[in-house]
Design a protein around this ligand. Structure first.
Ligand SMILES: [Zn+2]
Length: 455
């Protein structure tokens, strides 16, 4: 989950943007056919133990906070790929299960006036979504676009042609740069009163070919980890349900604080969702063959500005037009009383589409997001898909705990019974998305479309 403060720029862009490739979708799918996936058995002790083992592995200190392009994140990627292989998913990346994301550590150019702004995510022109689909948010600053342009201008391209489409991202990782939007002073720390010198930043390159042109010392890589459960219906197998999470987190304190925990393990954010993606894949693989194809994606660099998902959308491993639904799983490690407590979850942007009500109809323990003022719909990778017109939401049980984005987001705070129950619900949800009718945006609530003209 991305911090809200970092979204001053994002807030305007969230409901945006860019070149939309969305086409209107029918509001119902083909006539209902019998589901081909069997329903998921109630969780057993061994399901729970497996959830705990996966969670402890991903949130382990050896993963070093899983920062974008760091050795710890690479270790996590290899772990996820090996689990996908073990489950029996088909590889969905360009390097088996890995989709390599080319990055460069760039040296910023000092801006005139000395302010060291954060390089930010590239955005297209903003559109406005009608108020009935929006959480009640304060007025947005119109300064975002120029701030972004100014920030981008401060980043020197490493080679001609390499920076055109790259999302300049607040990076972290190998060089220890921990620029997190709007936050000076390092990850999780108090804002530093000392003016900061311009820092090196990770920038996404358009392709691996561009990456080859970058000096070796500046080359970095990260990877999305993608596995596929192919559909079996002759027609519907060409439709895709994407189940995603982000497995990156916030690095380590450098230098470490003596005698104190210095690793941002991100047990809840979002090791928990990443474990869920693996478990949903495993449970569905055992349940038979889905009608639609299901793509399981553990994304990199969400905390650094949805780097992995943005790259994937720019370099999809199949036409985006085939995706009929997206479900992200974020921060399900602790129960949320506003969702109904243990085993219950909420869906971001519930009121925007038919997905939530559809899933509820199937008996899945899911409610609308009770904290619309937090803009959760726009704080996870799902929104990158939604901006392309794909019905995509995030399932979460984040209860605004105080360990959010702190070194104390540790595995000892995870409620494994709750998490296992939510994973069971999420697997049932994906089963219905894969075999049942397609969800659709409610009229006027598709973030990729301009709002209807005012009467
Ligand atoms: Zn987060």
């Amino acid at each position: 989950m991305i911090i809200r403060l970092s979204l001053a720029g994002m807030a305007a862009a969230v409901f945006a943007t860019g070149v939309s490739v969305a086409t209107p979708r029918p509001s119902v799918g083909r006539p209902a056919m019998a589901d081909t996936l069997k329903s998921i058995p109630k969780p057993s002790k061994s399901d729970r133990d497996r959830v705990e083992w996966l969670e402890r592995s991903l949130a382990h200190d050896s993963m070093e906070g899983r920062a974008l392009a760091s050795p710890g994140e690479h270790r996590a990627a290899r772990f996820l790929a090996s689990e996908m292989k073990r489950i029996g998913l088909k590889p969905g990346g360009d390097d088996k299960y890995l989709q390599r994301v080319p990055l460069a550590m760039m040296v910023p150019v000092a801006p005139p006036g000395g302010r060291s702004g954060n390089a930010t995510f590239t955005r297209g022109p903003a559109t406005v979504t009608p108020p009935e689909c929006l959480p009640k948010a304060p007025e947005r600053s119109p300064a975002t676009a120029s701030d972004t342009a100014a920030s981008r201008a401060r980043v020197a391209p490493p080679a001609a042609g390499a920076s055109g489409r790259g999302a300049a991202t607040p990076g972290s990782g190998a060089a220890g740069a921990t620029g997190r939007g709007g936050r000076a002073g390092g990850v999780g720390g108090a804002p530093s009163p000392v003016a900061q010198a311009p820092r090196a930043r990770l920038v996404t390159l358009p392709s691996m070919k561009d990456w080859d042109t970058v000096p070796k010392a500046e080359q970095r890589t990260a990877a999305n980890v993608i596995g596929i459960l192919p559909g079996r219906d002759p027609v519907l197998k060409n439709e895709i349900v994407v189940v995603l999470s982000h497995y990156d987190h916030l690095n380590m304190r450098t230098p470490p604080t003596p005698g104190a925990d210095s690793i941002f393990n991100g047990a809840d954010d979002d090791a928990a969702g990443t474990v869920a993606v693996l478990e949903i894949a495993r449970l569905l693989k055992k349940a038979g063959k889905p009608k639609r194809t299901i793509v399981f994606a553990n994304m990199t660099g969400e905390e650094a500005g949805m780097v992995g998902t943005t790259f994937w959308i720019g370099h999809p491993t199949f036409p985006l037009s085939q995706i009929v639904a997206g479900l992200e799983i974020e921060m399900i490690g602790r129960p949320d009383s506003l969702a109904g407590g243990p085993g219950k979850a909420w869906l971001t942007g519930y009121e925007r589409s038919t997905m939530g009500d559809m899933l509820k109809q199937y008996g899945i323990a899911i409610v609308p997001d009770r904290r619309p003022e937090q803009s959760f719909f726009s704080r996870s990778d799902n929104v990158a898909l939604a901006r392309r017109g794909i019905v995509a939401h995030t399932l979460s049980t984040f209860n605004l705990h105080a360990d959010y984005h702190r070194v104390t987001d540790d595995v000892d705070k995870i409620d494994f019974d709750h998490m296992t129950a939510v994973i069971h619900s999420a697997a049932e949800a994906v089963r219905h998305l894969a075999d049942g009718p397609k969800p659709a945006w409610h009229p006027g609530c598709d973030p990729s479309q301009p709002p209807p003209a005012k009467l």
